[in-house]
Design a protein around this ligand. Structure first.
Ligand code: ADP
Length: 369
């Protein structure tokens, strides 16, 4: 038995022993391969451990916060700088993951920095924490992500063909006035649509995480896009009353499919997170420069604490009410990335038990102006 060694030798808590003379924190940090750092906020000094320096490739010389930020890969540099500035200025904790710039892309090193604020007895303020090498974990995540994108691409083609044939058969059944086949085919079409929208979500996710959502802009009427999306949603489920307050005629210049996904995600969530037979209201406002779309439900609502995290990737509210509702926690993250990539904004107002109102705005940007 594996436990026998513990029984035979007997491990007990040490009282007076030589162990207490050892530098235990250092032993533990070395064994766990963790570097440490501390910022003395009042005296503006930064002290990294030798292991932290070796992690960023400095064997001789000093490492300041500026040097550290300068080493971060271009795309992440501003984010790291802002996080340090924010933590120091507002005395907040910090959690960052970023790659160190390297001339060789295959030799990229990823670091995670975690820390928080403490006060000494003389009430000096320190921001201190640990740093660790997470390259292996990150590369694994990237590999998994690539796999998901590859599989999604592969699934898209046969699904498109399947969808085409289902539509063809549907119109044939309509001609034959075969109501049973028509009903069965429209259910099939609904499921295929669901799969296509999930796959599009996965494909967009990888683009969003790499910081690039490719937009294919065109002029379209927001009003008809919303009407179409409501029609699609009602095909999937007619459990709710959806009231659409006619929008003023608004032509926008944007990526129609992606804005359709945003409306679809918000509407889908309004259905998912509210009771059967409740009402969902959709309306629009238009100003000279932008169009605003508002989706209001009478559902379970969201607490202020969770509202702060609601647009983060993979975030899902964990509660008794949500435990049986399936999802990946990417719909709102993607929606906010899509809206932001159009130069717009998205927000939610909500109260637990009283429903939620999601509002997004995008610039009209009409190509003909
Ligand atoms: P998913 O619905 O797949 O979990 P989303 O990113 O769309 O992912 O939403 C993230 C979380 O936000 C959901 O898990 C849910 O807890 C909460 N949420 C989203 N929309 C609503 C809503 N209309 N009402 C209440 N909670 C919501």
């Amino acid at each position: 038995m594996e436990n026998d060694v513990f029984k035979a030798e007997g491990f007990s808590e040490a009282s007076e022993s030589h162990l207490q003379k050892l530098d235990l924190p250092k032993l533990a940090l070395d064994a766990a391969e963790l570097g440490t750092w501390v910022v003395d906020i009042d005296n503006k000094v930064f002290l990294p451990s030798d292991y932290m320096k070796s992690l960023v490739g400095i064997t001789q010389g000093s490492l300041s916060i500026e040097i550290l930020i300068g080493m971060v890969e271009n795309k992440y540099r501003q984010k790291v700088q802002r996080a340090f500035e924010n933590a120091i200025k507002n005395r907040l904790s910090i959690l960052l993951e970023f790659p160190i710039a390297s001339p060789d892309a295959d030799d990229q090193k990823w670091l995670r920095i975690m820390g928080g604020v403490t006060y000494s007895q003389e009430s000096s303020c320190y921001l201190s924490g640990i740093v660790m090498d997470i390259t292996f974990q990150k590369l694994n995540d990237l590999r998994k992500e690539k796999f998901v994108v590859m599989v999604s691409h592969e699934l898209k083609t046969p699904l498109t063909v399947l969808k085409g044939y289902v539509q063809l058969l549907h119109s044939w059944a309509r001609q034959q006035k075969d109501t049973f086949t028509m009903g069965a085919l429209s259910k099939m079409e609904t499921q295929v649509r669901k799969m296509v929208s999930m796959i599009n979500g996965f494909l967009n996710l990888s683009g969003a995480e790499a910081g690039k959502i490719l937009l294919n802009k065109q002029d379209f009427s927001m009003d008809s896009l919303i009407r179409e999306t409501i029609g699609d949603a009602l095909l999937v489920s007619d459990s709710h009353k959806v009231e659409f307050e006619e929008c003023p005629e608004v032509m926008v210049f944007a990526d129609r499919d992606k804005i359709g996904q945003v409306v679809g995600n918000l509407l889908g969530n309004a259905v998912k997170y509210s009771n059967k037979d409740s009402t969902i209201k959709i309306s629009c406002n238009k100003s000279d420069r932008e169009v605003q779309v508002i989706i209001k439900d009478e559902g379970m609502g969201i607490s202020q604490e969770n509202i702060k995290k609601i647009f983060d990737p993979h975030f899902r509210v964990e509660s008794k009410e949500t435990e049986n509702i399936s999802g990946f926690g990417i719909g709102l993250y993607l929606s906010s990335e899509i809206v932001k990539s159009h130069g717009g904004s998205i927000k939610v107002e909500s109260e637990p038990g009283k429903g939620s109102t999601f509002t997004f705005s995008i610039p009209v940007n009409n190509s003909s102006i």
